[in-house]
Design a protein around this ligand. Structure first.
Ligand SMILES: [Zn+2]
Length: 381
């Protein structure tokens, strides 16, 4: 706390020093992100590290970690793997490893009464911990075996080997919070009329499960190719706010998760011509997220566009970076501070950080080349 305060005072003094140097040398001493920017590289770095500390504090809160540990581990791993800044990589890796050891102690075995949701969560958490260099072959063997006690529908609400993402999967009842089976229109417990997930939401969930299936070898309802074969049918994507999809955010998550699961969560560069509709959608709707002050979607659009080679010479990208750097909360988070759901709070913070950060891109490519070939072949027909 004291260190942070001192750091703050030192930084507060910097503009004065900068102004003096400016007078003496007749050129700007501040290394701004671009000539018209209000921020410097140091501002960017500090902002991201503060965001990371906020997420770590959330991950270190027992209740939050119990609820979201698998998801948090993946975020630490992904940051450590994808970030360009060595300090950010190192901190995310240290935090991730520490939390991965804690997670392994909490989940040494598959519980006897585990349902498909529990199996899916354990598989994703175990993949994440393994990527953080904390593997557990005993748990993995148990997961591989237990996973086949369930059907594709139990994991994904549909069978991607047989049909496209459906439109009759009800959302959790908003009145009593219970889940209802596919095709149900009225809550079986309380009688409330149920809203449906859009097929884009169903696709997004299925892409993540299929990515886990293929990366970790625990079957969660279908392979990546099974799920990705339906992507051409989901095009063209409805515009944000399309009245036919007013019950769900829109197709944004589906588009960003197609990118993440193909670019291996921000490791590979993608050519726009590989996914032309997705690229065009992101480009066309990027700045609408600034107008709506939708920090979370903005961050996702920015990092997916970076993967397609859109850099900070692009005005939309610059506007996004400026917006995010100007809207960080005093506690290091982004989004609504009054939001009570810890998952929403750290997820919004993470996506904002991902929007402004720089990446250590590997080569051009995708992790599932067969799936991409299939998507492109369907497109040409
Ligand atoms: Zn209900």
């Amino acid at each position: 706390m004291i260190d942070m305060l001192r750091f703050g005072i030192l930084l507060a003094a910097l503009p004065i020093v900068g102004a003096l140097v400016f007078v003496a040398n007749s050129k700007p001493a501040k290394d701004t992100l671009w000539p018209t920017s209000r921020f410097t590289e140091l501002d960017r770095q500090r902002s991201i590290l503060r965001g990371l500390e906020f997420i770590y504090a959330s991950a270190s809160t027992p209740k939050h970690f119990e609820d979201n540990g698998d998801n948090l581990l993946w975020r630490f791993y992904s940051l450590s793997a994808a970030a360009k800044d060595p300090q950010l990589k190192r901190r995310a890796w240290e935090m991730g490893q520490e939390r991965a050891h804690a997670w392994r102690k909490m989940y040494p075995h598959v519980p006897a009464n585990a349902d498909a949701g529990v199996i899916g969560g354990l598989a994703f958490g175990s993949l994440s911990a393994t990527m953080l260099d904390v593997p557990d072959e005993v748990l993995k063997a148990e997961l591989v075996k237990a996973a086949h006690n369930f059907k594709a529908e139990d994991y994904l609400n549909f069978d991607p080997a047989k049909e496209p993402p459906p439109s009759d999967v009800p959302r959790t009842c908003k009145k009593c919070k219970s889940s209802n089976p596919r095709g149900t229109k009225v809550c079986r417990k309380c009688g409330e009329t149920l809203l449906m997930n859009s097929p884009y939401d169903v696709l997004s969930e299925a892409l993540i499960a299929a990515y886990t299936t293929d990366r970790y070898g625990v079957w969660l309802g279908g392979s990546y190719e099974d799920v990705a074969q339906w992507i051409p049918q989901m095009r063209p994507y409805p515009k944000p706010g399309d009245k036919n999809f007013r019950n769900s955010p829109d197709a944004s998550y589906a588009v960003t998760y197609i990118v993440y699961t193909l670019n291996n969560y921000k490791l590979y560069k993608l050519r726009p011509e590989w996914l032309p509709q997705e690229y065009a959608y992101l480009k066309a709707n990027l700045e609408a997220n600034i107008a709506k002050k939708d920090t979370e979607t903005l961050g996702e659009f920015m990092d997916t566009l970076r993967s397609f080679g859109v850099d900070e010479n692009d005005q939309g990208m610059r506007n996004g970076v400026e917006f995010l750097l100007a809207h960080q909360n005093p506690d290091g988070s982004w989004g609504k501070m009054e939001q009570s759901d810890s998952y929403v709070r750290y997820r919004t913070t993470w996506t904002a950080m991902n929007g402004i950060m720089q990446y250590e891109w590997r080569d051009e490519g995708v992790i599932f080349p067969e799936a991409l070939r299939h998507i492109q072949a369907s497109e040409q027909q």
